[in-house]
Design a protein around this ligand. Sequence first.
Ligand SMILES: Nc1nc2c(ncn2[C@@H]2O[C@H](COP(=O)(O)OP(=O)(O)O)[C@@H](O)[C@H]2O)c(=O)[nH]1
Ligand SMILES: [Mg+2]
Length: 330
Amino acid sequence: MAFWRSKKDDAASTSSSEGSTTEGEQTGVLGRFRQGLKKTRQVLGTDIRDLFKDEGRLVDEQFLKDLFARLVRTDMGAGPAAKIRDDIGKRFRARRVEFDEILDAIRQQIREMLQQERADLKWAESGPTVIMVVGVNGSGKTTSIGKLANFLHKEGHKVVLGAGDTFRAAAVEQLTVWAGRIGCEIVTGKPQADPASVAFQTVEKAVESGADVAIIDTAGRLQTQTHLMSQLEKIRRVAGKRCEGAPHETLLVLDATAGQNAISQARGFSEAAECTGIVLAKLDGSAKGGVVIPILEQFSLPVKFVGLGEGIDDLARFDTDAFTDALFTE
Ligand SMILES: Nc1nc2c(ncn2[C@@H]2O[C@H](COP(=O)(O)OP(=O)(O)O)[C@@H](O)[C@H]2O)c(=O)[nH]1
Ligand SMILES: [Mg+2]
């Protein structure tokens, strides 16, 4: 499993062998995925196991119908659930099968559906990498920024935060607390300041202080609020003025507990805000972890990170293998 790597790590990394993790790290990442996906795993494992009351089970129309209904409960969407059902129908129809055989077939299908291009952050060729974070209210933006900043800081990157949610004083305080915990710089504006000016100052601070990454928070908004969406456009423009190519990443934070609603948000935002990747927050609180599947299927946006709790270390880079294993491994 490839762990977090960047151009800097390539030169600096001595702790792990080339392109792979030590066993300890692997257990850590997998363990966290497992913990976070507990609820979804229960739906998949327990509910499907319930279909196997007797010795094995005949794969007939009723079984396939029941299987479909249970798969849909993970919020993977009807399309993917139908695809899995049809595959199992094709392979096993009129045969008596064991639970493990079926679970294994589901696992293979899901693993395939979760394949995506490498989910690394897109790094700026020179100067700081500017990351803008967007999404609806309460989706987990500020928390995810704190966790991401910590993640990058621990990798040895110098991070500057920008408190671009100037709507609510509490949002600025919240991010300031994270900056304090991590020990990174933060740029804040006056209450109700123009978020674009905070973004500009943040990028400027990053350039001047030789930081590697600037992460800019934004106020929550709906993709239908045209004036607020054009405000995002202004933030982008201003950041780009101070640093070529900025923002290099625009991460959309989605709340996994919103299940299918998260999908309509992804649709609106990815069109309106030029998003480059997704952070799927609150996977730990959700039995709807299957929602990753339609997100990957329907959007050309990679899921770059997942939020697995409220703690500072509860963010992991999305990893197909760890995710699939965590969904199925007791
Ligand atoms: N369980 C859990 N809670 C989260 C996660 N990410 C954010 N939260 C919580 O969700 C709530 C809203 O988060 P916040 O970052 O303020 O959302 P924002 O309005 O988008 O900035 C807070 O109570 C967070 O602690 C996560 O990955 N797991
Ligand atoms: Mg916030």
